[in-house]
Structures are given as C-alpha cells and as structure tokens.
Ligand binder design. Sequence first.
Ligand code: PGA
Length: 245
Amino acid sequence: MIVRIFDTPEETAAALARRVARALAEKPTLVLGLPTGQTPVATYAELRRLHAAGEADFARATSFNLDEFAGLPPSHPGSFRMFMERHLFQGINLPPAQIHFLDGTAPDLDAECERYEAAIGTSGGIDLLLAGIGANGHIGFNEPGDALAARTHRVQLAASTRRSNAALFRDDPSDVPTEALSMGIGTILKAGAIVLVAKGAHKAACIERAVRGPVTTHLPASLLQLHRHVELYLDSAAARLLRPR
Ligand code: PGA
C-alpha cells in the first residue's frame, strides 16, 4: 500500500482532489467509484473548486457510488444521492446520464444489485475508486462480521453505522434506515486503483489494523491488502499509529 500522510485534513483533501483531477486529465473517460460520509466532503468541495478553475473536467467521466440506503427515494434529503448532489454533482459537469446509483426503492432489491454489477461491467469497470473507512473498519457498507459478500448486495446496517449517519436524519439514529445496498468487497477489489481516505484520531486504530494487521472479515478494510494498487490518503491524526515505532 502507498501511504500518503498530510499535516491537516484540508491538505489531505486538496491532495486527493488533485489526484482525481490528474486521473481525469490522463483519462477523460475515467470511471470513478465514489463514497459518501463526512470525510470526502472537503475533497468534493476542492473538486468543485478545481472544476470552476478549469482544472477538472468530468464531461466524459462516469461515476458509481458505493452504496445507498434501502427504502429512500433518491430525492429524500437523507439519501446518498442527495448528499452527492449537494456536495459534488451540483458543482461539476458530470452529465446526469453518466451518474450511477443504487436505487433503494427498486421493487426487487436483489435484482437491483445485479443490475448495478452489470452496469459497472458495461462501463468497462471502475478505474479509480475512492473510499472512506468506518470507525468499525467497514468499506462502503460492508460491515464487519464472520463473512463478507463479494458482489453488490443488501446489508443490515450496524448500530454504530446508523449512529454515524444520523446527521443526515436530523440527528436521530432511529430515522436512519436499517437496510442498505452496497458494492461488495469483490466489486471494490476489481477497481483498477483504490484510494482510501481517512481523517481524525478515531480512525487511527482501524487504519493501523487495515495496513498492518491480519486480513480478516472482521475488519473489511484489511481486505484491501489483497489489491495490487491501494493508496491511503491520511491526515496525521488518522496516521498516528503508522509512524515508525
Ligand atoms: P465518515 O464515514 O467519513 O463519515 O467517517 C466513513 C465511512 O463510513 O465510510
């Protein structure tokens, strides 16, 4: 794994946005995997700024978000689709037809997961997948457990995950859906390159275990050790336990 450590969350976000802009310049038809959560907000703001400055052109790019809540229409203020509209899509030129999302209101959620896998395949596959890491080590909504699903699938959300998403639901964890759809770990590992971004001391233990610990389904991020091109963009707090001992 290539580990990049920055002094502040702002520097981390700026460097990651430049990384994405470089990838777009090299391959204008870039297929992106995109996360939600508090961590990428600053990166998305920086990408909007780079786009406004003429330094990031998404006109021919394609995106696939990692996950979405089940049962919420895309227009629901708590949906990840709305999150992406607010934080990124409204400020860049990614054509709506090239934005892909799991539909949490599809009548058959298993078929919806299969549709998504097929759409990723038809796009030629994800070139660059950005991911956050949950405080419990999840990637996308692949929660720790005795087993992990390879393909896009339905998930029951961990209580801690519902609490950490409560901000999207007027700070009431009981309003956070109990179920979601998520790319599987195999879907994620098929991306050409994966960039994991984390900030804050509360992520440090998971980052250390993901990088140095055993590969285990109890820490889904540790599966990234199996991929040939993973970059970590970390602020100094999240990287605290990676410093040479
Ligand atoms: P966060 O979420 O960025 O809000 O910490 C990360 C994640 O759960 O993937």
